[in-house]
Structures are given as structure tokens and as C-alpha cells.
Design a protein around this ligand. Sequence first.
Ligand SMILES: [Zn+2]
Length: 396
Amino acid sequence: MMQTRSILLVLLVASLMSCASSRSGRGVDPELREQLDELAAGTIAHDPAGVVEWAEKNRRHVRDPEVRAELDLVRARALDAMDRPLAARAGLAAAWGHVSPEADGVGGAIQIEWADQEYRSGERQKALQRLDDLLDDPGLYRTHQRAALARLVVIAEALGDGDSAEHWRDEIGPGSGRLITKARVALMPAGPPPKAPKSQRGPIPDDPREILDDIQPRNRWRAAQMRSNRDPMTSIGAITVHHSAMATPSAGEVTTQLRRIQSLHRDDRGWADVGYHFLIDPQGKIWEGRPLRWQGAHAGSSASNRGNVGVCLLGDFEVTRVPRAQEASLNRLLDALCGRFGVATREVWPHQHYRATACPGRNLMPTVTEYRAGRAVAVTGTTTGTAQESQRTTED
Ligand SMILES: [Zn+2]
């Protein structure tokens, strides 16, 4: 679940929190305006719990109904990012309740977000209807017409309706490419739950060294104890690759960073434990995270976490290249897991398959793509880290 720019967002949320108390409640505080605009640019998924808290705190001080609606919208997006779709929809309904019928900006933004959430959760007809309604009233939603059209392009493409896609694309006019890319990310479904393999070749071992004998058990990094709010791992059918989106740790800093990630997941987010099952450091050492007999928390929803092994490489691969030793260990671990549990290589996914995120970063994407394609070559001699273009690395 670690995403790029998470540190930036943590800083942002921290700065948001610090100035919440100075709000006057009269007019729109320019600082609040700026913070809302930044959040609207799409960086919510990095610390959704912090955003929810921030929105609720600020909401108490704001009187302008439209700003209240914006805060509700931000909160609803964060709830959706936390896999709480029902709470998110209720939040959107609440936000909508604050908007006057004449409101252009925030009203359209609420409807677009609503359609996105519906589409992502498979309610395609509802989403289409909502977008149609929005286009029916260009006077009301003037600033969101093009965003709605871009979504219709993506949906038409998904339905194989090239003619309609072209029609909607023409309607958008100049600059359609960027809008369509944004729409594509916004509508990316959470992904189907992983398919169960035909046969699990071996039971899930308690000792990770039965999978690879050089995996470092969790006591080696002095992991805190797991909490009881956990689900047993079901039949393993998929593996998802992540990056930590944190600064590359030196060899001496690795165990500290592992404890930090665990604390972020376990203490800050209230999960049972670190979300990933395995973490790989820049020197290529593989560390046990959450014991494999428990379902992870990394892909983005309880459906996508089911039977899904989470593997996280320490580093920010939007920014840095993947060290060769780290890449080699990833391939070795994937081989071992696929072999042991009968997972097809095409069921090895980058995190961005499940959610709109840059994770695992543009420099790690080629490794995952190649592995999926069954082209993972013997690790010696492979190079990686070319800043390859990736369709889905943008988050805004
Ligand atoms: Zn991730």
C-alpha cells in the first residue's frame, strides 16, 4: 500500500493539521483553499486516514456550505481509498446535500467522483447514467463537461465501442489526451479477485525458510507482535509487487525501516501487522513481513487481498533505479512462491493493477511486466532501471 510521495503527503497532512486551529470560519481561508486544491489534485491515497481526520477537524470550523461540501468530498475519497465504499458513498451523499443547485465546481466534482466510485465497483450502468445526466446540464456543470466526456471515452473503449470512443474524444477537443489518461486512472477497477489456483502444491509453512532458506524471519528485525484483527490466508492465487516509496535505506538502516513500516501499518492505520508478506532490501536480503498464513493488507481491498501475497521492495522506484541484487531476489522469491503454490506468472501483478497508484514505480514496472510475461531471465546480467514510460504511473 505504500505509495510514492507518501512522505510528501504526510508532510502535507501535518501542515494541514497544524493550521486547522487558526481557522476563522468567515470566508474561505486562503490556506485551506490551497490545501483543498492540492488534495483535489489526487494525492489522497497516501494517507487516507490522516485526510479523513483533517477533513473532519476542519469541517467544524467552516461555515461556507460549498467549502463544507468540498471537505466532505475529500473525506469521501479518502474513505474510498481505505476500502470503505459504503461510508464513502454516504459521504458523497452528504456532500451533495450541501451543494446548492446552482453550484458548478464542487457539484460537478461530487458527481464525477460518484460516477468513478460506481464504475470501479462494477456499477457501470449507474456510472453511465450519472455521466449522461451531467452532460445533459452543461449550464450547471460547465467545468466538468470535459472530465465527463473523457470518462465516456474510456468506458466506450472498455466496451469495445471504438466509434463512440472516437465521437466522445472529438467532443473533448484539444488536450483530450491528458484528460483521458486521468480518466483512465480514475476508472481503473480494483481488479478482479485473484483466481484460486487449481491445486495448492504445498501447505503454507509457518517458517518462511521453507520457501527460501535465506529468508530472514521476522524476529530478526524485532517485529512487534501481530494483532488479532486478521483473516487467515485463503488458497494462494496471486502475488502483488510494491515499492515502499521511502528513501533507500543503507544496510544498517534496514531493520529500523522495517519496524517503521510495521508501525505505520499496525499503529497508525490499525491493521493487524505490516501489510506485506515479504520485504526485500537494496542488498537483496528478503525479510519476512506478515506471516504468510495470514491474509495481507496491500492490494487495496479485502477482495483483492484474498489469496494475494504482498511483496514490497524497499526504495522509491519512481525516483531511483532498482539495484540488481534486489531485483534478483525479487525474481528468486517470485519463482519460489509461484512454484510452491502453483501461481501462474501472469498472476504476478504490480500494485497499480488494483488501484490508481504509481506503485511499484516506473523503474520497477519493467521487471514485473517481464516476469508476468514469463520472460524473467536468469538474474545475472539483467539490467533494469531504465526510466521506461508506463501508461499508469501518473497519479494526478
Ligand atoms: Zn503498493
